[in-house]
Write a protein that binds this ligand. Structure first.
Ligand code: E4P
Length: 217
């Protein structure tokens, strides 16, 4: 499963990229606002740090406007994935852009029916939001399982990008279902490394090693 960081904070992206485990980045207008940075500048910078796909979202709601914005965004790097909302205009834009060789991430997906439409529109990625789904009393992970089943039934190439990830179990459940990608805030990706028995195990080994009085180098 590929790991994307859901952030526009360049320092956090660099830190994660240093682990060698980061496969891409997703941004959205709220994350850009939080970063306090200029949208085009920060996305260009991120696209230079990460080799994998970097999602940059259009804000126009009509097809022509989305196409004009996508034209600007895709010039920011060879690895830009244009993010469009799951609306009729968004899917029309998706079809036009993917037909032209661009990567497209269809965002704000909350149903299996919407995911089916995005795959038919040739989306590179579909982003179902599991956390926001859970927030309103639905089971976000069962949506991922439904989409996996449907995409496998028809051999759709669209990659399932699990979004709105709130905790490590969302990541584990996504992997069990066979999602292709998950995007999470850096804090959650770092949490995946943690286990108290790893920490206490290291402490125990180091204590015993000191007793040997030896050095490796
Ligand atoms: C995905 O691409 C979105 O940017 C993101 O995962 C939304 O997450 P949120 O529900 O925590 O805002």
């Amino acid at each position: 499963m590929k790991f994307f960081a859901d952030t526009a904070e360049i320092d956090e992206i660099r830190e994660l990229a240093d682990t060698g485990l980061l496969d891409g980045v997703t941004t959205n207008p709220s994350l850009i606002h939080k970063s306090g940075r200029n949208f085009l500048e920060v996305v260009r910078e991120i696209a230079g740090v990460v080799a994998g796909p970097v999602s940059a979202e259009v804000v126009a709601l009509d097809h022509e406007g989305m196409m004009r914005e996508a034209e600007v965004l895709r010039k920011l790097g060879d690895n830009i994935a244009i993010k469009v909302p799951l609306t009729p205009a968004g899917l029309k834009t998706c079809k036009a852009l993917t037909g032209d060789g661009s990567m497209v991430n269809v965002t704000l997906c909350f149903s299996a029916a919407q995911a089916l439409l995005a795959a038919k529109a040739g989306a590179t990625f579909i982003s179902p939001f599991v956390g926001r789904h859970d927030d309103v009393g639905f089971d976000g992970m069962s949506l991922i399982a439904d989409i996996r089943l449907i995409y496998d039934n028809y051999d759709f190439d669209t990659q399932i990008l699990v979004a709105s990830v709130r905790h490590p179990m969302h990541v584990v459940e996504s992997a069990k279902i066979g999602a292709d990608v998950m995007t999470a805030p850096p804090k959650i990706i770092w949490q995946l490394f943690k286990h108290p028995l790893t920490d206490s195990g290291i402490a125990g080994f180091l204590k015993d090693w000191e007793q040997t009085g030896q050095k490796i180098v």
